[in-house]
Design a protein around this ligand. Sequence first.
Ligand code: INI
Length: 157
Amino acid sequence: MPRHLQASPNGEGLRIGIVLARFNQSVTDPLLAGALEALVRHGVAEDAIDVAVVPGSFELPLGAQRLAASGRYDALVCLGAVVRGETPHFDFVAAEAARGVADVARRHDLPVAFGVLTTDTIEQALARAGGERGNKGYEAAVTALEMVQVLRVVQKY
Ligand code: INI
């Protein structure tokens, strides 16, 4: 019988750092609200959550790296909204945010969830930040908790 190493997203006793991009704040504020709701609903104490605010999604990796290096957190959640404009800036910001966040997770061996929306329009982003397409911030926070727990299960074997 194959052994399934899996876990549910229990947040009890965990310390969580959130890195929040301010750019497109009308989207990132509801992403933050969703992430906080998910963390508290899954048992994370409010005073065990810190939120570091950075200017834009491009700055998320460095913000996450500093929080990771502090050793204070069991997992991080990065939140941002990159909306395609008229310039290629979108591609650079979105690609660096994704690559940088993944780099931090592997370098620090720490779950770092990628709650960054990449959409063509602000309407599409809002739909995924508490609108009719759910809340990516909520999902990212649950992902971070599940990763903490599944890595603990893996560690035991
Ligand atoms: N930052 C975002 O988070 N979303 C965007 O859509 C965006 N656009 O489109 O420009 C954006 N740019 C700012 C960027 O993240 C940096 O803050 C800036 O380049 C300074 O380093």
